[in-house]
Design a protein around this ligand. Structure first.
Ligand code: ASP
Length: 339
Protein backbone atom coordinates (compact mmCIF):
# COMPACT_ATOMS: atom_id res chain seq x y z
CA UNK A 1 0.00 0.00 0.00
CA UNK A 2 1.37 3.44 -0.87
CA UNK A 3 1.83 6.18 1.70
CA UNK A 4 0.94 9.83 1.23
CA UNK A 5 1.86 12.78 3.39
CA UNK A 6 -0.77 15.54 3.55
CA UNK A 7 0.64 18.94 4.45
CA UNK A 8 -2.00 21.48 5.43
CA UNK A 9 -0.69 25.03 4.92
CA UNK A 10 -3.99 26.95 5.19
CA UNK A 11 -6.41 28.24 2.56
CA UNK A 12 -10.17 28.05 2.22
CA UNK A 13 -10.37 24.25 2.46
CA UNK A 14 -9.66 24.25 6.20
CA UNK A 15 -11.20 27.61 7.12
CA UNK A 16 -14.17 28.34 9.33
CA UNK A 17 -16.27 31.48 9.54
CA UNK A 18 -15.41 34.29 11.95
CA UNK A 19 -16.99 37.74 12.23
CA UNK A 20 -14.12 39.05 10.08
CA UNK A 21 -14.57 36.42 7.36
CA UNK A 22 -13.13 32.95 6.77
CA UNK A 23 -9.90 32.09 8.66
CA UNK A 24 -7.73 28.92 8.77
CA UNK A 25 -8.79 26.61 11.61
CA UNK A 26 -6.40 23.72 12.22
CA UNK A 27 -8.46 22.07 14.97
CA UNK A 28 -11.57 22.04 12.78
CA UNK A 29 -9.65 20.69 9.80
CA UNK A 30 -7.99 17.86 11.77
CA UNK A 31 -11.36 16.78 13.14
CA UNK A 32 -13.07 17.00 9.73
CA UNK A 33 -10.40 14.86 8.09
CA UNK A 34 -10.40 12.27 10.86
CA UNK A 35 -14.18 11.92 10.44
CA UNK A 36 -14.08 11.53 6.63
CA UNK A 37 -15.00 7.91 5.91
CA UNK A 38 -13.71 8.05 2.33
CA UNK A 39 -10.19 8.56 3.64
CA UNK A 40 -10.42 5.14 5.35
CA UNK A 41 -11.61 3.32 2.19
CA UNK A 42 -9.45 0.38 1.03
CA UNK A 43 -8.63 2.06 -2.30
CA UNK A 44 -7.08 5.04 -0.51
CA UNK A 45 -3.38 5.20 0.31
CA UNK A 46 -2.25 5.25 3.92
CA UNK A 47 -1.75 8.83 5.02
CA UNK A 48 -0.40 11.11 7.69
CA UNK A 49 -1.26 14.75 8.24
CA UNK A 50 1.15 17.56 9.08
CA UNK A 51 0.38 21.24 9.28
CA UNK A 52 2.46 24.36 9.03
CA UNK A 53 2.44 26.82 11.88
CA UNK A 54 0.87 29.28 11.39
CA UNK A 55 -1.75 28.20 8.88
CA UNK A 56 -2.06 30.99 6.33
CA UNK A 57 -4.40 32.55 3.88
CA UNK A 58 -2.30 31.98 0.77
CA UNK A 59 -2.15 35.69 0.03
CA UNK A 60 0.49 35.75 2.78
CA UNK A 61 2.74 33.09 1.22
CA UNK A 62 6.24 34.15 0.16
CA UNK A 63 9.68 32.63 -0.44
CA UNK A 64 10.11 31.79 3.26
CA UNK A 65 6.93 29.68 3.27
CA UNK A 66 7.84 28.05 -0.05
CA UNK A 67 11.14 27.02 1.53
CA UNK A 68 9.31 25.62 4.56
CA UNK A 69 7.04 23.48 2.35
CA UNK A 70 10.05 22.33 0.30
CA UNK A 71 11.86 21.34 3.50
CA UNK A 72 8.92 19.28 4.76
CA UNK A 73 8.90 17.37 1.46
CA UNK A 74 12.69 16.90 1.57
CA UNK A 75 12.67 15.68 5.18
CA UNK A 76 9.92 13.15 4.41
CA UNK A 77 10.91 12.29 0.86
CA UNK A 78 12.06 8.73 1.55
CA UNK A 79 9.17 7.85 3.87
CA UNK A 80 6.28 8.60 1.49
CA UNK A 81 5.30 7.76 -2.09
CA UNK A 82 3.58 11.05 -2.71
CA UNK A 83 2.65 14.39 -1.17
CA UNK A 84 -0.57 16.41 -1.07
CA UNK A 85 -0.17 20.07 -0.20
CA UNK A 86 -3.37 21.77 0.93
CA UNK A 87 -3.07 25.42 0.05
CA UNK A 88 -5.21 28.49 -0.61
CA UNK A 89 -6.12 29.01 -4.23
CA UNK A 90 -5.06 32.67 -4.46
CA UNK A 91 -1.34 31.95 -4.76
CA UNK A 92 -1.39 28.19 -5.35
CA UNK A 93 0.03 28.61 -8.87
CA UNK A 94 2.98 30.61 -7.47
CA UNK A 95 3.74 27.99 -4.82
CA UNK A 96 3.38 25.16 -7.35
CA UNK A 97 5.77 26.96 -9.70
CA UNK A 98 8.24 27.66 -6.88
CA UNK A 99 8.22 24.02 -5.70
CA UNK A 100 8.73 22.78 -9.26
CA UNK A 101 12.05 24.64 -9.42
CA UNK A 102 13.04 24.08 -5.81
CA UNK A 103 12.60 20.28 -5.89
CA UNK A 104 15.35 19.09 -8.21
CA UNK A 105 15.23 15.53 -9.60
CA UNK A 106 11.77 14.99 -8.10
CA UNK A 107 10.52 11.48 -8.81
CA UNK A 108 7.33 11.47 -6.75
CA UNK A 109 3.99 13.24 -7.10
CA UNK A 110 3.57 16.53 -5.26
CA UNK A 111 -0.07 17.56 -5.69
CA UNK A 112 -1.33 20.94 -4.55
CA UNK A 113 -5.03 21.32 -3.97
CA UNK A 114 -7.58 23.25 -1.93
CA UNK A 115 -11.12 24.39 -2.43
CA UNK A 116 -13.36 27.27 -3.37
CA UNK A 117 -15.85 26.44 -0.59
CA UNK A 118 -14.52 25.37 2.83
CA UNK A 119 -14.99 21.81 4.05
CA UNK A 120 -17.23 23.12 6.81
CA UNK A 121 -19.87 24.11 4.22
CA UNK A 122 -22.34 21.61 2.76
CA UNK A 123 -21.45 22.31 -0.90
CA UNK A 124 -17.68 22.17 -0.35
CA UNK A 125 -15.57 21.08 -3.31
CA UNK A 126 -12.76 20.29 -0.84
CA UNK A 127 -13.78 16.68 -0.29
CA UNK A 128 -13.39 15.62 -3.91
CA UNK A 129 -10.28 17.74 -4.43
CA UNK A 130 -8.61 16.14 -1.40
CA UNK A 131 -9.67 12.56 -2.12
CA UNK A 132 -8.77 12.64 -5.81
CA UNK A 133 -5.44 14.37 -5.07
CA UNK A 134 -4.61 11.62 -2.58
CA UNK A 135 -5.41 8.93 -5.14
CA UNK A 136 -3.19 10.68 -7.71
CA UNK A 137 -0.39 11.13 -5.16
CA UNK A 138 -0.69 7.49 -4.08
CA UNK A 139 -0.71 6.17 -7.66
CA UNK A 140 2.75 7.63 -8.27
CA UNK A 141 2.31 8.08 -12.03
CA UNK A 142 2.98 11.83 -12.25
CA UNK A 143 6.40 12.49 -10.78
CA UNK A 144 6.23 16.26 -10.70
CA UNK A 145 4.59 19.21 -8.95
CA UNK A 146 0.96 19.52 -10.06
CA UNK A 147 -2.25 21.25 -9.16
CA UNK A 148 -5.35 19.08 -8.97
CA UNK A 149 -8.56 21.06 -8.91
CA UNK A 150 -12.11 20.59 -10.17
CA UNK A 151 -11.40 17.47 -12.20
CA UNK A 152 -8.16 18.63 -13.84
CA UNK A 153 -4.58 17.68 -13.05
CA UNK A 154 -2.34 20.47 -14.31
CA UNK A 155 1.41 20.90 -14.47
CA UNK A 156 2.05 23.21 -11.51
CA UNK A 157 4.34 25.65 -13.31
CA UNK A 158 1.87 25.99 -16.21
CA UNK A 159 -1.19 26.66 -14.10
CA UNK A 160 -2.87 29.94 -13.33
CA UNK A 161 -5.89 30.80 -11.19
CA UNK A 162 -8.61 31.69 -13.58
CA UNK A 163 -11.78 31.83 -11.53
CA UNK A 164 -12.57 33.04 -8.05
CA UNK A 165 -16.19 31.84 -8.36
CA UNK A 166 -16.25 28.60 -10.33
CA UNK A 167 -15.30 25.15 -9.07
CA UNK A 168 -12.73 24.83 -11.84
CA UNK A 169 -10.46 27.54 -10.51
CA UNK A 170 -7.33 26.74 -12.54
CA UNK A 171 -6.25 26.12 -16.07
CA UNK A 172 -2.96 25.80 -17.87
CA UNK A 173 -3.52 27.76 -21.07
CA UNK A 174 -0.32 26.71 -22.84
CA UNK A 175 -0.13 23.07 -21.75
CA UNK A 176 -2.81 20.36 -21.85
CA UNK A 177 -3.94 18.78 -18.57
CA UNK A 178 -1.80 15.87 -17.34
CA UNK A 179 -4.93 13.97 -16.33
CA UNK A 180 -8.66 14.44 -16.12
CA UNK A 181 -10.78 13.00 -13.35
CA UNK A 182 -14.23 12.08 -14.59
CA UNK A 183 -15.74 8.70 -13.81
CA UNK A 184 -12.17 7.41 -14.08
CA UNK A 185 -8.87 9.25 -13.64
CA UNK A 186 -7.41 9.37 -17.13
CA UNK A 187 -3.69 10.02 -17.25
CA UNK A 188 -2.02 11.52 -20.33
CA UNK A 189 1.21 9.62 -19.74
CA UNK A 190 2.81 10.67 -23.02
CA UNK A 191 3.25 14.18 -21.61
CA UNK A 192 5.20 13.10 -18.51
CA UNK A 193 8.94 13.59 -18.22
CA UNK A 194 11.12 10.48 -18.02
CA UNK A 195 12.43 9.26 -14.64
CA UNK A 196 15.11 11.62 -13.36
CA UNK A 197 18.35 9.89 -12.57
CA UNK A 198 20.06 12.54 -10.40
CA UNK A 199 19.84 12.73 -6.63
CA UNK A 200 16.71 14.47 -5.27
CA UNK A 201 17.51 17.81 -3.73
CA UNK A 202 15.60 20.74 -2.24
CA UNK A 203 17.22 24.05 -3.25
CA UNK A 204 16.04 26.84 -0.94
CA UNK A 205 15.18 30.23 -2.43
CA UNK A 206 16.90 33.44 -1.41
CA UNK A 207 14.58 36.33 -0.73
CA UNK A 208 15.69 38.49 -3.67
CA UNK A 209 13.62 41.55 -4.63
CA UNK A 210 11.51 40.59 -7.66
CA UNK A 211 8.74 42.69 -9.21
CA UNK A 212 5.96 42.47 -11.78
CA UNK A 213 4.90 45.44 -13.92
CA UNK A 214 1.70 45.19 -15.92
CA UNK A 215 1.84 47.46 -18.95
CA UNK A 216 -1.25 49.58 -19.70
CA UNK A 217 -2.04 52.25 -22.29
CA UNK A 218 -0.33 55.47 -21.24
CA UNK A 219 2.05 53.82 -18.75
CA UNK A 220 4.71 56.30 -17.51
CA UNK A 221 7.83 54.14 -17.53
CA UNK A 222 9.83 57.04 -16.08
CA UNK A 223 7.90 56.67 -12.81
CA UNK A 224 9.12 53.08 -12.52
CA UNK A 225 12.76 53.93 -13.22
CA UNK A 226 14.12 53.75 -9.63
CA UNK A 227 12.65 50.31 -8.98
CA UNK A 228 13.61 48.88 -12.36
CA UNK A 229 17.14 50.19 -12.39
CA UNK A 230 18.29 49.78 -8.82
CA UNK A 231 15.83 48.28 -6.36
CA UNK A 232 14.73 45.10 -8.09
CA UNK A 233 16.97 42.21 -9.18
CA UNK A 234 14.38 40.76 -11.52
CA UNK A 235 11.32 42.28 -13.18
CA UNK A 236 8.59 40.48 -15.07
CA UNK A 237 7.03 42.90 -17.55
CA UNK A 238 3.54 41.77 -18.51
CA UNK A 239 3.41 43.23 -21.99
CA UNK A 240 0.59 43.36 -24.55
CA UNK A 241 -0.01 40.48 -26.95
CA UNK A 242 3.17 38.90 -28.23
CA UNK A 243 5.38 41.17 -26.10
CA UNK A 244 4.65 44.77 -27.07
CA UNK A 245 5.03 47.95 -25.03
CA UNK A 246 3.70 51.46 -25.70
CA UNK A 247 6.99 53.31 -26.06
CA UNK A 248 8.98 54.59 -28.97
CA UNK A 249 12.32 54.25 -27.31
CA UNK A 250 13.11 57.65 -25.94
CA UNK A 251 11.95 56.91 -22.39
CA UNK A 252 12.12 53.15 -22.05
CA UNK A 253 15.37 52.40 -23.84
CA UNK A 254 17.62 54.46 -21.51
CA UNK A 255 15.83 52.94 -18.48
CA UNK A 256 16.36 49.41 -19.77
CA UNK A 257 20.00 50.15 -20.53
CA UNK A 258 20.48 51.44 -17.00
CA UNK A 259 18.75 48.33 -15.65
CA UNK A 260 21.08 46.16 -17.70
CA UNK A 261 24.20 47.83 -16.37
CA UNK A 262 22.95 47.48 -12.79
CA UNK A 263 22.30 43.74 -13.35
CA UNK A 264 18.50 43.78 -13.25
CA UNK A 265 17.03 40.94 -15.32
CA UNK A 266 13.91 41.94 -17.30
CA UNK A 267 11.66 39.11 -18.45
CA UNK A 268 8.82 39.78 -20.86
CA UNK A 269 5.62 37.77 -20.43
CA UNK A 270 2.28 38.39 -22.07
CA UNK A 271 -0.97 39.64 -20.60
CA UNK A 272 -2.74 37.14 -22.86
CA UNK A 273 -2.88 33.83 -21.00
CA UNK A 274 -2.71 31.90 -24.26
CA UNK A 275 0.34 33.26 -26.04
CA UNK A 276 4.04 33.00 -26.76
CA UNK A 277 6.16 36.11 -26.49
CA UNK A 278 8.00 37.01 -29.67
CA UNK A 279 9.63 40.39 -29.24
CA UNK A 280 10.69 40.48 -32.89
CA UNK A 281 7.16 40.32 -34.28
CA UNK A 282 6.43 44.06 -33.97
CA UNK A 283 8.46 47.23 -33.73
CA UNK A 284 6.63 47.86 -30.42
CA UNK A 285 8.34 44.78 -28.97
CA UNK A 286 11.75 45.00 -30.59
CA UNK A 287 12.85 47.77 -28.23
CA UNK A 288 12.68 45.31 -25.35
CA UNK A 289 14.82 42.82 -27.19
CA UNK A 290 17.29 45.52 -28.25
CA UNK A 291 17.71 46.56 -24.62
CA UNK A 292 18.54 43.02 -23.49
CA UNK A 293 15.20 41.91 -22.02
CA UNK A 294 14.65 38.17 -22.18
CA UNK A 295 11.59 36.40 -23.51
CA UNK A 296 9.29 34.62 -21.09
CA UNK A 297 7.98 32.73 -24.12
CA UNK A 298 4.78 30.95 -23.06
CA UNK A 299 5.52 30.98 -19.34
CA UNK A 300 2.88 32.17 -16.92
CA UNK A 301 3.79 35.21 -14.85
CA UNK A 302 3.69 32.90 -11.81
CA UNK A 303 6.31 30.60 -13.35
CA UNK A 304 8.48 33.53 -14.46
CA UNK A 305 8.45 35.02 -10.94
CA UNK A 306 9.30 31.67 -9.32
CA UNK A 307 12.01 31.00 -11.90
CA UNK A 308 13.63 34.37 -11.20
CA UNK A 309 13.73 33.54 -7.47
CA UNK A 310 15.22 30.14 -8.28
CA UNK A 311 17.87 31.37 -10.71
CA UNK A 312 18.91 34.25 -8.44
CA UNK A 313 19.25 31.67 -5.64
CA UNK A 314 21.74 29.58 -7.61
CA UNK A 315 23.59 32.07 -9.87
CA UNK A 316 25.22 35.46 -9.34
CA UNK A 317 25.86 36.38 -12.94
CA UNK A 318 22.83 38.12 -14.57
CA UNK A 319 23.91 36.81 -17.99
CA UNK A 320 23.69 33.23 -16.70
CA UNK A 321 20.25 34.01 -15.25
CA UNK A 322 19.07 35.48 -18.58
CA UNK A 323 20.37 32.49 -20.51
CA UNK A 324 18.57 30.06 -18.21
CA UNK A 325 15.34 32.08 -18.17
CA UNK A 326 14.88 31.15 -21.83
CA UNK A 327 15.69 27.48 -21.28
CA UNK A 328 13.14 24.87 -20.36
CA UNK A 329 14.20 23.70 -16.90
CA UNK A 330 11.13 21.95 -15.43
CA UNK A 331 8.59 21.86 -18.25
CA UNK A 332 7.60 25.48 -17.56
CA UNK A 333 7.91 26.63 -21.18
CA UNK A 334 7.52 25.27 -24.67
CA UNK A 335 10.92 25.75 -26.17
CA UNK A 336 10.75 27.50 -29.51
CA UNK A 337 13.74 28.51 -31.57
CA UNK A 338 11.94 31.71 -32.53
CA UNK A 339 13.01 33.92 -29.63
N1 ASP B 1 -7.99 33.52 0.27
C1 ASP B 1 -7.97 32.09 0.15
C2 ASP B 1 -6.50 31.66 0.09
O1 ASP B 1 -5.91 31.76 -0.94
C3 ASP B 1 -8.70 31.66 -1.07
C4 ASP B 1 -8.77 30.18 -1.29
O2 ASP B 1 -8.18 29.35 -0.65
O3 ASP B 1 -9.53 29.79 -2.21
O4 ASP B 1 -5.99 31.24 1.08
Amino acid sequence: MSRVLILHTGGTIGMTKTDKGYRPDGAYFRRAVSEMDSLKAPEMPEWDLLETDPLLDSSRMKAEEWNRIGNVIAENYESYDGFVILHGTDTMAYTASALSFMLKNLNKPVILTGSQIPLCEVRSDGRDNLITSMMIAGAGKVREVCIYFGGLLLRGNRATKDSADGMQAFRSPNCPPLATAGIAIQYQEASYPSVRSGRFECIPFSNVPIGVIKVFPGIRFDLFEPIITSQLKGVVVEAFGSGNVPDEGEVLLPILEKAKSSGTVIVVCSQCPQSTVNMSAYEAGSILKKAGAVSGMDMTTEAAVAKLYYLFSIYDDPEQIKFNMERNIRGELTRSEDI
